[in-house]
Design a protein around this ligand. Structure first.
Ligand code: ZN
Length: 334
């Protein structure tokens, strides 16, 4: 997706700089030490966790808020049920949030990035990945692998900065179907509900970014494994022709990155037939979603969602004819 947004929060409020507070210590007695100075934290944008032996980080690239909350949701005739879902779950009705969560995993000497967010934007609401990496102590030069799910701006644009690869030492992996779609003479947008006026500019932007990344590009077929089987790229077509999801494995633990199989923590789980205007081929994306969700629910797979509330780790549970996104509890330390 890469459409309308409205500011909700200032970036500064989210940046996690830690500042010493000014409170002075009070001496209570001979052995008493002043109470530790309280620290001020901005809202967190980096969450560190483990996938088996691997260190992992969920970094928020920010979020967007779609006003006229259901404008982008299809099928239109189901909108009353969508509204009911929002109301019955106490959701705010002033906009649908679209979170942008970036997964980063350290696998031995490799540092792998799964999509790269919006990159350089005018908005203070998005494009936080580089700040998040800094907080995690990761320099852009240390990233060795960039995995792309698909080429919409919230996923691809952050791989480029100042007309150059933003991560100069990272190989850039994607499914060949994704490249082929955008580089076709006339990319097939016949089934999408997207605003067609956006398409020529979008195609130009995507092809320009692929050009910049040419020197580091390594298209990889579905099923390809990386780093001794630690990462597998899988085809999950529909949202785009070459939309990929990723399975990360360490010992007996795994994490399935669902990418854009869902754009919301409620809608697409509650009813997998509900879809967003950004899908290139909605019916195919629904089929893919149903298959992947059914398998993830049956196997109780730990999952990660690009567009669910940050930090985006959870499980897909079967409920009625649909599913429920159940966020994992936060865990600090071991
Ligand atoms: Zn997206």
């Amino acid at each position: 997706m890469n459409s309308s947004s409205a500011p909700g929060f200032g970036r500064r409020a989210f940046l996690g700089g830690i500042f010493a507070a000014t409170a002075g210590g009070v001496v209570l007695g001979q052995d008493a030490k002043p109470a530790p100075k309280p620290k001020e934290h901005g809202n967190a944008i980096v969450y560190q966790f483990k996938i088996g032996e691997f260190d992992a980080w969920s970094i928020s690239d920010g979020h967007m808020l779609f006003r006229g909350p259901l404008d982008l949701m299809w099928p239109r005739e189901d909108q009353p049920q969508m509204k009911e879902w929002l109301e019955s779950h106490g959701e705010r009705m002033d906009g649908i949030p679209l979170y942008v969560n970036i997964l980063v995993v350290r696998i031995g000497k490799e540092i792998a990035l799964f999509d790269a967010g919006f990159g350089e934007r005018d908005s203070t609401n998005i494009g936080w990945l580089q700040d998040g990496l800094k907080q995690a102590g990761i320099a852009p030069e240390q990233v060795t692998a960039g995995f792309l799910s698909h080429s919409h701006a919230d996923h691809l644009a952050g791989f480029v900065a100042g007309g150059k690869p933003a991560f100069p030492n990272a190989a850039f992996y994607y499914l060949p179907e994704e490249y082929d779609f955008w580089h076709a003479k006339e990319p097939d947008f016949s089934k999408t509900k997207r605003n067609r006026a956006e398409l020529p500019g979008m195609i130009r932007e995507v092809c320009g970014q692929f050009d910049i990344l040419k020197g580091v590009s390594q298209p990889a077929k579905a099923g390809t494994q990386f780093f001794n089987g630690a990462v597998t790229i899988e085809a999950a077509p529909g949202h785009t022709a070459g939309h990929a999801i990723f399975r990360i494995k360490s010992g007996n633990e795994s994490l399935l990155h669902l990418m854009d199989l869902s754009h919301h923590h409620g809608f697409m789980f509650h009813n997998p037939n509900w879809y967003i205007a950004f899908d290139h081929d909605p019916m195919q994306s629904i089929d893919t979603r149903k298959k992947v969700f059914a398998q993830a629910a049956a196997e109780r797979t730990r999952c990660y969602g690009f567009h669910v509330p940050w930090p985006g780790i959870g499980h897909v549970l079967p409920v009625g004819e649909g599913y429920l996104w159940h966020a994992e509890r936060w865990s600090w330390g071991s």
